[in-house]
Design a binder for this molecule. Structure first.
Ligand SMILES: [Zn+2]
Length: 178
């Protein structure tokens, strides 16, 4: 009996996960959004490159209490508009955008965010690397570490040293299980 109940619970759990993901997912030729957890989503857009062809580029969205912080813009302004419109349609206000390094797959749509009055954040080194280029520059710089509020929670931006690029930071959403 217990075994049966346990199996039923698993089935229900799987079904509920599937339903939730389906509800929050979005897919067009230019943009895909899928739920990772209750409060985090992955956005995927595409970048046409000379050396690697059409490359899928991922970013993260953290959502809490009707607010969102977007990590890395979609690859261009048009798709960034599409992303912001989708969030707005879910009654979610985009509070900030974070560029995790200076490449196009992080800042390619920054102009759209700025035009919509959404403030941007990046490592000071990212701002320095973009300064000489024909690119939209993130508005707020930090060194080493900073935190931003989203709803009643916080996200952490942390420079832990050079990796993919000299300026790359990690963004994460710490959550204590209660
Ligand atoms: Zn890159």
């Amino acid at each position: 009996m217990q075994k049966k109940l346990f199996s039923l619970l698993i089935v229900l759990l799987v079904l509920s996960c599937k339903t939730k993901e389906k509800q929050m997912a979005y897919k067009t030729d230019s943009l895909e959004i899928g739920a990772l957890t209750e409060h985090t989503y992955q956005h995927t857009s595409f970048l046409e490159t000379e050396s690697f062809g059409n490359v899928a580029c991922n970013g993260m969205i953290v959502v809490n209490n009707g607010e969102a912080i977007v990590f890395d813009t979609p690859t261009n302004n048009k798709v960034s508009s599409e992303l912001i419109d989708w969030l707005t349609a879910q009654d979610i206000t985009v509070k900030a955008v974070v560029a995790t390094h200076f490449h196009d797959d992080c800042v390619g749509g920054l102009k759209t965010f700025h035009e919509k009055g959404i403030p941007s954040y990046a490592n000071q080194e990212t701002i320095r690397l973009l300064a000489g280029k024909e690119a939209e520059i993130p508005q707020n710089g930090f060194t080493d570490f900073t935190e931003l509020r989203v709803g009643s929670k916080k996200v952490v931006l942390d420079f832990m040293g050079a990796g993919h690029t000299n300026d790359n930071i990690i963004g994460y959403f710490p959550r204590t299980i209660s």
